[in-house]
Design a protein around this ligand. Sequence first.
Ligand code: DGT
Ligand code: CA
Ligand code: CA
Length: 574
Amino acid sequence: MKNQEIARIFNELAEYLEMEGVAFKPYAYQKAALTLENLKDDVAAIYQQGGLKALKKIPGVGESMALKIEEYLKTGKIQYYEEFKQRLPIELNEIMAVEGLGPKKAKILYEHLGIRTLADLEAAAQAHQIAPLFGFGAKTEANILEAIEFVKRSKGRFLLGEILPLAEAVRDRLSRLPEVEQINIAGSVRRMKETIGDVDLLAISRAPDPVMDFFVSLPEVVRVWGQGHTKSSVRTKPGFDMDLRVIPAPSYGAALQYFTGSKEHNIALRKIAIDLGYKLSEYGLFKGSEIIAAVSEEAVYQALGLQWIPPELREDRGEIEAAAAGKLPKLIDYTDIRGDLHVHSNWNGGAHSIADIAAAARQLGYDYVGIADHTKFLRIERGLDEATLEKRNQEIDRLNQQLKDSGHDFTILKGCEANIMADGSIDITDESLAQQDFVIAGVHSQFKMTPEQMTERVITAMHNPHVDIIAHPTGRILKKRTEYEINLDQLIQAAQATGTVLEINAYPERLDLDDLNILKAKQAGVKLIINTDAHHIDQLRYMKYGIGQARRGWAEKPDIINAWPVAEMLKMLK
Ligand code: DGT
Ligand code: CA
Ligand code: CA
């Protein structure tokens, strides 16, 4: 599929157009890229079947973009893009990964200092060549160096959301082979860790050779590190590695336990085994040469005197003690969620109409969906002012009436994602907030504040009687930006005192709150909500990444308000 390649080029074109100061067009390209990234059908197939006309039917793709897609499908290139690339040969993905650098700054850095790569940027910042440039200064230069460090530290790890769809697709394709009796994803992917080093697959097969042949010749494989009868390793197109191990059926449970990890969890388990006079390895639990347990994970845990431990908990954070006492939490389940309260419609920067979002949410089996469009301060996302919000709400009323008339038990909830300004005030009036079914508030600007200031800012917003939920409470962007400095303990206390719900934002780059903060909030009795922050209906499926983090944070159904019936959830809101 060429969809991702074209989406990447469109995203870079948006950045180039922004460098040139072109109005509106960058946004149009970004929006088209988002649609392409999420498109289920292959653009090449769409073009083959319906030509240029069919391409223009893709939402957000007009005449000139359709021509560019056609050009790419025919020639493998887009001339318009190649010209930009020649004039401004900047490694955009490297430079844009640095927090605080946008296209305009990237252009200035290239034109004045010839900076093309991350390495160029670091050298120039260290030599203090950036500070004297107009619009930069010593503070910006120091921030750039700090941001580069952050980017470098997270290199080599991938977002769970970048990995899981492909890992599952590979697992499913392998499982259809007649030679494969069983296959599982193990490692950090099975534990739903927020970032992943590599994918570990385990299989049972009596004929491993054809399985390995199939694995190393998958279309996503760009390099084979090794192929054997029991283990093969490959590099995939997106850049991460996958290992496939074939395990004998009698020791499959022990292997699955071992290769799921975490290493810390395994070390703690092995100690317990030793204390019982056993030895635990990927081959089984042994007493001398006698096998005690190996065929299933349950058998291994049971022989160690433990309840079976869900993979998301296996980090040696108290789960082993809890399992020994029979007191593991009853984790929120992947099927427990009844609705999503953080979805952006095309009234602001989203890709779809409210009617389409409602249809998609119904298809997921939800009871409700909450439209949380941005409010007016956020111009780049086309935030709504009070009057436009009112008009949007009239549309929601109409749609709800239609749903009711056709006998559907489904509700669209009216909401917004309002901005918490530097002084903790909200960017739209209380009257407008009062008209919403729910209000999410978040920090989207002025991230650099002292921890005291930032904490006070968000706590002030929590005291607004209309603010129900704090969006992505720490503001981190994985692999790009660390959390803003905020005192989370105080935030949790204030959430408890004001009855404000904290969000677990499931967007792959965010996953905010993270697992440890979820645990902290839960222990303080603060209620949480898992939201996707979807800007496109296909992003509604991000929910499972949020649920994964909630499970890693020991969250149970009573902790997560969108696992409750809608009436109870609404009662919980202020
Ligand atoms: P990753 O890939 O960095 O996201 O994290 P994991 O947990 O998938 O780690 P990986 O791929 O190195 O190894 C998979 C599992 O194999 C790991 O979770 C536990 C087990 N394992 C690997 N090396 C060791 C080790 O030296 N000792 C123990 N006890 N277990 C190990
Ligand atoms: Ca791994
Ligand atoms: Ca591995």
